[in-house]
Design a protein around this ligand. Structure first.
Ligand SMILES: Nc1nc2c(ncn2[C@@H]2O[C@H](COP(=O)(O)OP(=O)(O)OP(=O)(O)O)[C@@H](O)[C@H]2O)c(=O)[nH]1
Ligand SMILES: [Zn+2]
Length: 359
């Protein structure tokens, strides 16, 4: 039916619902009701409880380590919701902000029997919604009927694998910059309702050549505010300077703030770093992996622009591997070492020690 939203469109709606604190239904017959832990409001939690059943709070295996909860499913722990658990309790389990003030939220009881597939799907959705990776999950016997009655967005299980959507060029215009007068900014929009990303083309690199390329991940704090905690601002400007001097190049500005966890979660990570955790530990305590970015987006946009070979400005071998995997030949790595100082020395050393960055 032409007017009916397709599964990709329904997923985009589901992400918006989860951010609003509106539940989403997963599955058709037997399925589950899912609420993002971060956005749950007391009335909705009360309604969920009133349904009876056995609600659980799904968290990642990473978060479970900090909570000292057993993750029987390795990457997922299904925490049984205690009788007296309120919205504040749910948030406290999900959010490490108060871990040091209220270290004991438990002991937390976790489920061992049954499948965690639905819970894994719920976590994937709240992560995609850039929320804390924790979700309330209540089993339903008639998922489709429940969604209809309550006008909730429903997605079929299993969720389709996370594919990189097609990126359509939306608009492009000349953009003279300090670093490169012959600049052109292209905006790309994905077909799945996700973030737009940008390509800054300097000069007019031949499509069959191997231009200098930078895959830059958004860093509001570094790029815009000149934060000294990372090296992003200096890297951004040095990359544009090099392209300006060479007369050509392509800088992809990918809106994957905070290595893909979003600015709010990055600030949560910064506040954990103020408590003494390093950049990788902070991500783990929040329940995330070290790096949640999808570099296939960069490869898609390069292909869309007509490139298949590049020289990549980076110190991150993972970016090279991901480009090659996605069909972009990286003919050379060009190091980009700028902006190291007193405040980011430890951060850069951690990336070298734990994330394989080249010194
Ligand atoms: N989660 C998290 N993200 C951070 C932190 N500091 C910086 N970032 C983010 O890290 C990303 C840095 O991106 P890049 O400089 O492109 O990536 P990189 O992996 O360092 O690789 P190269 O710079 O190419 O060597 C940006 O999205 C920043 O917002 C942090 O402490 N925690
Ligand atoms: Zn940064």
């Amino acid at each position: 039916m032409p007017f009916r939203p397709d599964p990709v469109e329904r997923r985009a709606r589901a992400l918006a619902d989860l951010r609003l604190g509106v539940p989403v239904v997963l599955g058709d017959g037997p399925g589950a009701l899912v609420l993002a832990a971060e956005a749950v409001r007391p009335e909705r939690l009360a309604a969920l409880r009133a349904m009876g059943g056995a609600p659980v709070l799904a968290v990642t295996g990473r978060r479970a380590v900090t909570l000292r909860a057993r993750a029987y499913d390795e990457d997922i722990a299904r925490v049984v919701l205690p009788q007296d658990a309120d919205a504040a309790w749910v948030r406290a389990v999900a959010d490490p902000a108060g871990d040091l003030d209220t270290p004991m939220k438990g002991p937390l009881k976790t489920l061992r029997e049954g499948s965690a597939d639905t819970h894994r799907a719920a976590i994937a959705l709240v992560k995609a919604a850039r929320l804390l990776p924790a979700a309330l999950v209540l089993p339903l016997d008639d998922a489709a009927g429940f969604a209809r009655t309550h006008e909730l967005t429903r997605l079929d299980l299993p969720l389709p694998p996370a594919i990189t959507p097609a990126y359509a060029p939306v608009a492009a215009a000349r953009l003279p910059m300090e670093a490169a007068e012959k600049g052109r900014l292209h905006v790309f929009r994905p077909g799945d309702g996700g973030e737009e990303h940008y390509a800054v083309e300097v000069g007019r690199p031949a499509r069959d050549g191997a231009p200098l390329v930078r895959l830059h991940s958004a860093c509001f704090t570094g790029d815009v505010l000149g934060s000294l905690k990372c090296d992003c601002g200096p890297q951004l400007h040095a990359a544009l300077d090099q392209m300006g001097a060479a007369g050509e190049g392509v800088l992809l500005y990918l809106n994957q703030e905070g290595r893909g966890i979003g600015l709010a979660n990055k600030m949560r990570a910064y506040s954990l770093q103020d408590q003494g955790f390093d950049t990788v530990e902070a991500n783990h305590r929040l329940g995330f992996e070290d790096d949640e970015r999808d570099f296939r987006i960069g490869a898609e946009i390069l292909k869309r622009l007509g490139f298949s070979r590049i020289r990549l400005l980076t110190n991150n071998p993972n970016k090279i591997a991901r480009m090659e995997e996605a069909g972009i030949a990286v003919e050379a790595r060009v190091p980009l070492k700028v902006g190291e100082g007193l405040h980011n020395h430890h951060y850069l050393a951690t990336k070298a020690a734990k994330s394989g960055h080249l010194l």
